[in-house]
Design a protein around this ligand. Structure first.
Ligand code: FAD
Length: 811
C-alpha cells in the first residue's frame, strides 16, 4: 500500500469508483481508493440501477448525459464490457394537466443540453408500453435515453480503467481515522496502515457520517429503507418482441423495468422508514434489510391497476436496502463546508444514473477548482446551520413519499419548516403572510388577502398575481416594509481588509468610511463566483473601522470558505459571520425617507445621506445600521438590526409609517421589481459559467487594477470574445412567466437559455433574463421561447425598463 498519494477516495461504490476514474481522466494518476470491504458492498450491489436522462435543471441533465455516454462507451469496450440495456426508453407518467405542463417545461429545458424528451398522450404511452392501461392517465414524458446497467460490472470497469491509468484500489481497508495537518494535508488512518495525502474524498454512502465524524463534520444525509421485487417471467413480455420501456409513476409511487422476462418493481410507500439513524452495525456489508412487503401494499394496488399482468406474476426475489437522501433530494458533491482539501460525493439516491456524471463534475472541481457546469444545485455548501441529520430525515421521508412528484414553482413542502425564523415570523403570520423559504429562513412571499386564500401549483401565473401587483403598487406610490432575514453578512476587520478585498473583487473597492459599493468576486477561470455589497463602517462603540460584506443568504458557507481560503499568512484580516446575529428590514418607496426620518434621529436628506451611504443609528431606540441601497428601484433603505432588537425596530417603523400608507410586501414583489430594474440574482444570472462581460457587468470590472483573482483568465476570455450574453426579454404573452432553464430558439435551434422570468407590474411587461448567443444579443432581436411546449415570441429590450436613469433610487 502506498504511504503517500495525492488523493484518497474513501468508499468503493459507484460514487467512489466514478470519482477515482474521472480523476485519472482529468490527468491525476497518483490517486487511491480505499474500501472497507469489497467494491460495491454498500448500496451499489443491489441497486435497481436505472439510468435516466431526466433532470430538473440543466446541470442534472448534463451530468446524466455524461453518465449515459460513459456507460455506452464502457458497454462497447471489448476489454471490459459492461451489461447496459439502453435505447428502449422510459415513460414518466402523469394524470394531471399541471404535471404535463411541468414535463413540457422540463423538455424545453433539456433541449438546451442537447437532450430531446417527448411529451406523449395516454394512448401513445400504452402503444409504447403494451403492459399498461390508460385508466386515469393523461400521458407522460418519454426519455429515449432511459435504461439500466449492471451496477457491479460498472464499478469494476471504472476501477479497472482507473487502475490502468495509474490509480490504486485497496479493498478490505477500512478507514478508521483522519488527521488534518497544519499545511491542510491529511493522513488517512486505515486498518492496513496510514496514507498521507493532499486531498480526501468522502464517498461512503450510508456510512457517510461515520467518516464525517472522523473530521468533525455531520453531513445532512439520512438513509431510507427502499424495496423492490423481481417477478417470475411474464408471458406478454417474452412475446412482445422488444424490451419494455421503463416506467416511473407519480400517481401511485413506483418504478418498473424489465428484468430478464419478468419485471423489477420498486416502491415509494407512504408508510416509509428511515434507516440507521441510531447507528449502523459494523457487520452490515453486502447486506440487506429484512423484507417488509406489508409496507408497500398501498402502492402495489396502484401498480397492479396500471399493469394487470403484474398481478398474475409470482415474486421471485425481494430486495430491501438503504438509500441515502439529503434535504432537497439532490446529492452533496463538492467541497466540504468549513474544511480545506476535503470533498464529498454523498447523499446519492439515484447514484447509478447520476454517479458517472457526479464523479466527473467532482473530479473537475478537485483538479481545476471548478467544473464545466455551475454545480450549485449539488454543492454541499447550499445547506447551512439548520441542516441537521434530524431535519434531513424529515425531508427524506417527505421526499420519498413524493419521489416522482417534482416541486412546482413556489412550492415549499411542509416538512422541516420554520428551521430558521426571527421574532417577526409569527408577527408576519398574524398579518396573513404566506412564506417562502431561503436557505432555511422563512421569508414573506406575499400577504394573503384573506385567511383562506391559496394558490394553485402550476407553471402559469397563479392567483397571487394581483396580490403581488398591489404590493408593488404600494411600494411604487407610498412605502413598503419587508424583512430579508438570513442575508449573508460577514464582518471584515484588520488593517489589511481593503487590500484583501481589492484582491478578491474585480472592480473598485472604495475605502471611504460611510460609503458602500457593489463588487463581484471571480474564480480562477475569470467567471463569477459571488456578488457582494461592501459597506465601510466607522469606528464606534460597536467596533473598530470595519467592512460589512453582504451577499445572498444562500452563499453563507460558500462565500466564507472562499474568502477565508484567500487570506494570506501574516495578513491582518479577520472574518466573522454575522448572518445569524443580524437581520434586515427593507423600507422601500418614495415615502421611505419620511418614514425613516420619523423614527431615527439625524438628517436623512439626499444631500446628507445620498444613495450608497451607510450610517449607524437607532430606529426608535433599537441599534441599527442603515444602508442606502435598493433592489426594488425605488428610494429604499436596508435597515440592519441585531436579531434581539428586531421587534422593537419593527414597531418603530410601523408606527412611523402609519400616516404614509406603509404596508408589508414580500419576496414575489421584490422579484418582479428587480427584474424591471435589471438587477441580477446569484446562481440565476450570476454563475460560474459566465464572466462579468458576458453578464453585462463590464462597469464593475477594473482591468487596469494591479491584480485580482481571475484577472489573467478574464483577460484571456475577453480576447476570445463572448459566446453568450445576458439580455432582457419581453414576452408576447401574459399567461405564464418564462421559467429558468427554458430554451430560446431560432430556426428550431437552441440559441439561449432563460435564467429568470417574472411579470413587471410597474412596466406592464412579462419580462425574462436569458443568456443568448452573442451574435443575437442586440436590442430589438426577436427570439422564440419554448414556454412549456408553446412557441412564444420574445424581443430583446434594453435592461432596466423601469426608470432607466435610476432617478427614483437616488430619491
Ligand atoms: C433498492 C434500491 C434500488 C435502487 N435503485 C436505483 C436505480 O434504479 N437507479 C439509481 O440510479 N439508483 C438506485 N438506487 C440508489 C443507488 O444504488 C445509490 O445511490 C448508490 O448505489 C450509492 O452509491 P454510493 O457509492 O454513494 O454508496 P455505496 O454503494 O453504499 O458505497 C459506499 C462505500 O463506502 C464504503 N465505506 C463506508 N465506510 C467506509 C470506511 N470507513 N472505509 C472505507 N470504505 C468505507 C462502503 O463499504 C461502500 O462500499 C437504489 C438503491 C436501493 C437501495
Amino acid at each position: 500500500m502506498k504511504s503517500r498519494t495525492k488523493v484518497v477516495v474513501i468508499g468503493g461504490g459507484i460514487a467512489g469508483c466514478s470519482t477515482l476514474y474521472h480523476l485519472t481522466q482529468e490527468g491525476w494518476s497518483d490517486v487511491v481508493l480505499v474500501e472497507r470491504d469489497e467494491l460495491t458492498s454498500g448500496t451499489t450491489w443491489h441497486s435497481a440501477a436505472q439510468v435516466t436522462n431526466f433532470g430538473m435543471n440543466q446541470t442534472m441533465v448534463g451530468l446524466k448525459s455524461h453518465s449515459i455516454a460513459l456507460y455506452k462507451k464502457l458497454r462497447d469496450d471489448p476489454e471490459y464490457p459492461v451489461g447496459y440495456h439502453h435505447g428502449d426508453g422510459g415513460i414518466r407518467l402523469a394524470n394531471t394537466e399541471a404535471q404535463m405542463q411541468g414535463y413540457r417545461h422540463f423538455a424545453s429545458m433539456a433541449r438546451g443540453m442537447g437532450v430531446e424528451f417527448e411529451v406523449i398522450d395516454a394512448a401513445e404511452c400504452a402503444r409504447r408500453h403494451p403492459l399498461i392501461s390508460t385508466t386515469n392517465l393523461l400521458g407522460g414524458l418519454w426519455d429515449g435515453q432511459d435504461g439500466d446497467i449492471d451496477p457491479a460490472q460498472l464499478c469494476q470497469a471504472l476501477a479497472f480503467h482507473a487502475r490502468k491509468a495509474g490509480a490504486e484500489v485497496y479493498r478490505n481497508t477500512p478507514v478508521t481515522g483522519l488527521t488534518q495537518h497544519k499545511d491542510d494535508t491529511w493522513t488517512v488512518h486505515t486498518q492496513q496502515g496510514d496514507i498521507d495525502c493532499d486531498i480526501v474524498v468522502n464517498a461512503c454512502g450510508y456510512r457517510v457520517n461515520e467518516v464525517g465524524a472522523m473530521m468533525g463534520v455531520q453531513h445532512p444525509v439520512a438513509s431510507m429503507e427502499h424495496q423492490y421485487f423481481v417477478t417470475e417471467d411474464i408471458p406478454a413480455i417474452a412475446q412482445a418482441g422488444h424490451r419494455m420501456p421503463l416506467l416511473r409513476c407519480p400517481i401511485s409511487d413506483y418504478y418498473c423495468r424489465q428484468e430478464k422476462n419478468g419485471l423489477l418493481v420498486g416502491f415509494y410507500e407512504q408508510g416509509c422508514k428511515t434507516w440507521g439513524m441510531d447507528g449502523i452495525s459494523p457487520n452490515f456489508s453486502n447486506d440487506l434489510c429484512p423484507d417488509d412487503l406489508d409496507r408497500i401494499m398501498d402502492v402495489l394496488e396502484g401498480a397492479f391497476k396500471r399493469m394487470p399482468a403484474l398481478a398474475e406474476a409470482g415474486i421471485k426475489r425481494v430486495v430491501n436496502g438503504p438509500i441515502t437522501y439529503t434535504i432537497d433530494g439532490a446529492p452533496l458533491v463538492g467541497p466540504i463546508p468549513g474544511k480545506r482539501n476535503a470533498f464529498c460525493i454523498i447523499g446519492l439516491r439515484a447514484g447509478l444514473g447520476e454517479g458517472g456524471g457526479h464523479g466527473w463534475l467532482l473530479a473537475q472541481q478537485i483538479v481545476h477548482g471548478e467544473a464545466c457546469y455551475d454545480t450549485w444545485v449539488i454543492d454541499p455548501r447550499r445547506f447551512t446551520g439548520h441542516a441537521t441529520v434530524e431535519l434531513t430525515s424529515r425531508k427524506a421521508i417527505e421526499d420519498y413519499q413524493n419521489e416522482f412528484r417534482f416541486h412546482f414553482p413556489h412550492e415549499h413542502r411542509p416538512a422541516g419548516r420554520h428551521a430558521k425564523t426571527t421574532s417577526l415570523t409569527p408577527v408576519f403570520a398574524a398579518e396573513g403572510a404566506e412564506f417562502t423559504v431561503v436557505n432555511g429562513w422563512e421569508r414573506i412571499d406575499y400577504i394573503k388577502p384573506s385567511p383562506d386564500f391559496h394558490t394553485t401549483l402550476g407553471f402559469s401565473f397563479d392567483e397571487a398575481f394581483d396580490v403581488v401587483a398591489a404590493e408593488v403598487a404600494n411600494v411604487a406610490t407610498n412605502v413598503g416594509l419587508t424583512e430579508v432575514n438570513g442575508f449573508n453578512r460577514i464582518e471584515i476587520t484588520g488593517a489589511d481588509r481593503h487590500a484583501f478585498l481589492d484582491r478578491m473583487i474585480c472592480g473598485a473597492v472604495p475605502r471611504r468610511v460611510g460609503r458602500l459599493s457593489l463588487g463581484y468576486l471571480l474564480n480562477n477561470h475569470g467567471c463569477i463566483k459571488s456578488e457582494a455589497t461592501l459597506a465601510n463602517l466607522p469606528a464606534s462603540d460597536r467596533g473598530p473601522e470595519r467592512v460589512w460584506y453582504g451577499a445572498a443568504a444562500a452563499s453563507e458557507y460558500h462565500d466564507m470558505d472562499w474568502l477565508s481560503a484567500h487570506v494570506k499568512a501574516g495578513e491582518d484580516v479577520q472574518l466573522r459571520s454575522l448572518t445569524n446575529d443580524q437581520t434586515i428590514l427593507v423600507l422601500a418607496g418614495p415615502k421611505a425617507r419620511a418614514v425613516l426620518s420619523g423614527c431615527a434621529r439625524g438628517d436623512w436628506s439626499a444631500e446628507a445621506f445620498p444613495w450608497l451611504s451607510v450610517r449607524e443609528c437607532c430606529i426608535g431606540f433599537a441599534p441599527a445600521t442603515v444602508m442606502g441601497v435598493s433592489f426594488s428601484g425605488e428610494l429604499a433603505y436596508e435597515i440592519h438590526v441585531p436579531n434581539a432588537s428586531l421587534y422593537a425596530a419593527y414597531l418603530a417603523l410601523r408606527q412611523a409609517g402609519h400616516d404614509y400608507g406603509l404596508r408589508l410586501f414580500g419576496a414575489r414583489a421584490v422579484e418582479s421589481m428587480r427584474m424591471e430594474k435589471g438587477f441580477l440574482h446569484w446562481k440565476a444570472e450570476l454563475n460560474t459559467e459566465f464572466d462579468p462581460f458576458e453578464t453585462g457587468l463590464a462597469r464593475f470590472v477594473k482591468l487596469d487594477k494591479s491584480d485580482f483573482i481571475g484577472k489573467e483568465a478574464l483577460q484571456k476570455r475577453r480576447s476570445l470574445g463572448p459566446k453568450r450574453k445576458l439580455v432582457t426579454l419581453s414576452l408576447k404573452t401574459n399567461h405564464a412567466p418564462a421559467r429558468s432553464g427554458a430554451s430560446l430558439l431560432r430556426d428550431n435551434k437552441v440559441v439561449g437559455t432563460i435564467t429568470s422570468g417574472d411579470y413587471g407590474h410597474r412596466v406592464g411587461m412579462n419580462l425574462a433574463y436569458a443568456f443568448v448567443d452573442a451574435e443575437l444579443a442586440h436590442t430589438g432581436a426577436i427570439i422564440e421561447l419554448d414556454l412549456c411546449g408553446q412557441r412564444v415570441e420574445t424581443q430583446i429590450i434594453d435592461p432596466s425598463p423601469y426608470d432607466p436613469t435610476f432617478a427614483r433610487m437616488r430619491g
